[in-house]
Design a binder for this molecule. Structure first.
Ligand SMILES: NC(=O)c1ccc[n+]([C@@H]2O[C@H](COP(=O)([O-])OP(=O)(O)OC[C@H]3O[C@@H](n4cnc5c(N)ncnc54)[C@H](O)[C@@H]3O)[C@@H](O)[C@H]2O)c1
Length: 268
């Protein structure tokens, strides 16, 4: 049976394009009502228009608590509450490890990690006020499970997302608020265009798409990911079908990173 999200009230930030836009459309197709937030308000509006009457758009900067609160306020005003919060906005920068400046580190951490903290706090406050419980879903990455050069500060920000996911799950489980993360692999979006260009700018690759193709070749399923590949796991985490799942960072990477305990063989 297909997952049914009828009546589910969702806010998704960083949904003006890419993975967020695909998830917004996907959960709306399953019946959810969706507030689409993005720092680019026009892009958010275009995604909402493509969905129709069950969607709203708002300009949100995830670093700015007031604007995150406003997105949640829109869901409350127009849909009657908040059941699911997707903290999806993120940026990537290519920097060889020794070139990462304090400014670079702060810029990436502020959107990718602080943005998730603020989004989680504001969603939890609303869900506690409702007394309904809820589901919070953060977009982490394979880079939240393994450090990747030359993406050191990006990897640090995604490890932070995994840590915030686990911590919030422990803090609010008793309130029936579940907190999970999705870890995509190499997804064909504008973010990878930026990363690919960064590899070339740093003379780490010599032609367009080379970095993308090299990284994507690590997926055992044998192809790069598309935003659509993340929709199924997003629907699952948004629905009661995942009602006993919390604190998890679910790999949806085509089999790039296998997270398992070390195998001890031949030890005395
Ligand atoms: N593309 C990949 O291969 C990949 C892999 C793993 C994880 N991710 C993560 O998935 C998420 C979405 O990435 P994507 O590939 O769709 O990228 P994308 O660049 O296509 O989309 C990111 C969206 O976030 C918005 N955004 C940026 N800063 C914002 C801010 N301060 N406030 C609100 N919105 C903001 C952008 O305007 C854009 O619409 C990110 O968290 C990213 O780190 C992507």
């Amino acid at each position: 049976m297909a997952i049914d999200l009828n009546g589910v009230r969702v806010v998704i930030n960083g949904a003006g394009q890419g993975i967020g836009a695909a998830i917004a459309r996907g959960v709306a197709e399953s019946g959810a009502r969706v507030v689409i937030g993005d720092i680019d308000g026009d892009k958010a509006q275009a995604v909402a228009d493509s969905i129709g009457a069950s969607a709203r758009a708002i300009r949100v900067d995830v670093r700015d608590r007031a604007s995150v609160r406003a997105a949640i306020g829109l869901a409350v005003a127009d849909f009657g509450g908040l059941d699911v919060m997707f903290n999806n906005a993120g940026i990537a920068q290519v920097r060889p490890f020794l070139d990462i400046t304090e400014e670079d580190f702060r810029a990436v951490m502020e959107i990718n990690a602080l943005g998730v903290l603020i989004g989680t706090q504001e969603a939890v406050r609303q869900m506690l006020a409702q007394g309904t419980g809820g589901s919070i879903i953060n977009t982490a990455s394979i880079a939240g499970k393994q450090g990747y050069e030359p993406l050191g500060h990006y990897s640090a920000s995604k490890f932070a997302v995994v840590a915030l996911t686990q911590t919030a799950a422990r803090a609010f489980g008793k309130d029936r608020i579940r907190v999970n993360a999705i870890c995509p692999g190499v997804v064909a979006t504008d973010m990878w265009k930026t990363i690919d260009r960064g590899f070339q700018d740093n003379a780490l690759t010599s032609r367009p798409q080379e970095a993308f193709e090299t990284f994507a070749a690590g997926a055992v399923l044998g192809r790069p990911s598309t935003p659509q590949d993340l929709v199924g796991v997003a629907r699952f985490l948004a629905s009661p079908e995942s009602g006993f799942t919390t604190g998890q960072s679910i790999m949806a990477d085509g089999g790039m990173v296998f997270v398992c305990p070390p195998i001890r063989t031949g030890e005395r």
